[in-house]
Design a protein around this ligand. Structure first.
Ligand SMILES: NC(=O)c1ccc[n+]([C@@H]2O[C@H](COP(=O)([O-])OP(=O)(O)OC[C@H]3O[C@@H](n4cnc5c(N)ncnc54)[C@H](OP(=O)(O)O)[C@@H]3O)[C@@H](O)[C@H]2O)c1
Length: 311
């Protein structure tokens, strides 16, 4: 395989954001497989990194594809198996070498696009909800509820028996969230009654500041993003008397300690059963990646953006 190359999307470091480059074909190391990539999805975190990246930096956490004929021998799914998962970058490419413990098999009836939309967003939602323990009968507030992570968080919190409140950025973004399991949806946080057992907060800036006022005594705020790219100023006296917890969460750092295969299998099985929806806003060919990234940047897309990896 030495000397062979493949196409990948790389950061350009200029106004184009991303473009195609020929990069070395990866080889599967110990406990890895080589995947022929069919679809990938875009996460806001990747967009933020692309906007500040040096030319040549290679994005790509989520992927769906088929185990290639040149898969490493040993354990793991056989050549030809449809798989999806989460990598530490570089999945926006024709081929990807990835640890077996970071992927799962795609069941029949689940598309490449649905599978590619799932890993980062749904794993983040699932594992943050777990931080609060049993959610049955408890109250959960999700900011960015119409986004990729938000839609999964609403569904998974409801499935765990919680009463779910979603926060969206504008009225049309509330559409369909009740069907996903939101009991209440608000545009912005003013008017929301305090007392949430768990708040999943990713908008950052003033939204995080308001979360300090809305969390219940003994509750938990999980801060996992800063979509607004803004500084948060808050009054500590809104927070400490409640003896609440502020937790940070970062899914990529969680993968080594807690490999995601089993969670990915559980989540994709919910797709197959029809109890979890992907929340895909758009599917485009990866040649349209720049436009898709611009749409995401401008908040034009409610939900996940999926790129089809074509020849
Ligand atoms: N820590 C982790 O492990 C982890 C993992 C995944 C994602 N994240 C973070 O979580 C956040 C959500 O990720 P995602 O991929 O789900 O993004 P997304 O699909 O773009 O969703 C973001 C949501 O946040 C809302 N939002 C509120 N204020 C915003 C602002 N100033 N700029 C942009 N969006 C704003 C948007 O509302 P509208 O619908 O009204 O536009 C949108 O629904 C991002 O900050 C991302 O970096 C963190």
């Amino acid at each position: 395989m030495a000397g062979r190359s493949m196409r990948a999307l790389v950061a350009t470091g200029d106004a184009d954001l991303v473009g195609f480059a020929h990069v070395p074909m990866p080889t599967a190391g110990q406990d890895e497989v080589l995947v022929d990539v069919r679809a990938v999805s875009v996460n806001r975190g990747e967009l933020h990194r692309i906007l500040g990246a040096v030319p040549g930096w290679r994005p790509g956490w989520d992927f769906a594809g088929v185990i290639g004929e040149e898969a490493a021998p040993g354990s793991g799914p056989r050549a030809g198996t449809r798989v999806f998962g989460i990598a530490h970058g570089q999945s926006w490419a024709e081929h990807l070498a990835v640890p077996v413990r970071q992927l799962a098999v795609i069941p029949n009836g689940v598309s490449w696009e649905q599978a590619a939309a799932l890993p980062t967003a749904a794993l983040t939602a699932l594992r943050m909800l777990r931080l609060a323990g049993d959610l049955y009968g408890r109250t959960v507030l999700v900011t960015g509820a119409a986004g990729g992570v938000g839609r999964f968080a609403v569904q998974l919190a409801r499935a765990a028996g919680a009463k779910v409140t979603g926060i969206v950025g504008r009225p049309d973004r509330a559409y369909g969230l009740d069907a996903l399991g939101a009991d209440d949806v608000y545009v912005g946080m003013s008017g929301v009654t305090p007392g949430f057992d768990l708040i999943l907060e990713s908008a950052g800036g003033d939204s995080l500041a308001q979360a300090f006022t809305l969390v219940a005594p003994g509750g938990m705020i999980v801060s996992f993003g800063n979509s607004a790219r803004a500084t948060t100023r808050f009054s500590v006296s809104d927070f400490y008397p409640k003896q609440a917890i502020l937790r940070g969460y970062f899914v990529l750092d969680d993968l080594a300690e807690d490999p995601p295969s089993d969670d990915l299998s559980d989540l994709v099985a919910r797709y197959a059963l029809g109890t979890l929806r992907a929340g895909i806003a758009t599917v485009v060919d990866w040649r349209e990646a720049e436009t898709a990234l611009r749409d995401l940047c401008a908040r034009r897309l409610p939900g996940k953006t999926v790129l089809r990896v074509s020849a």
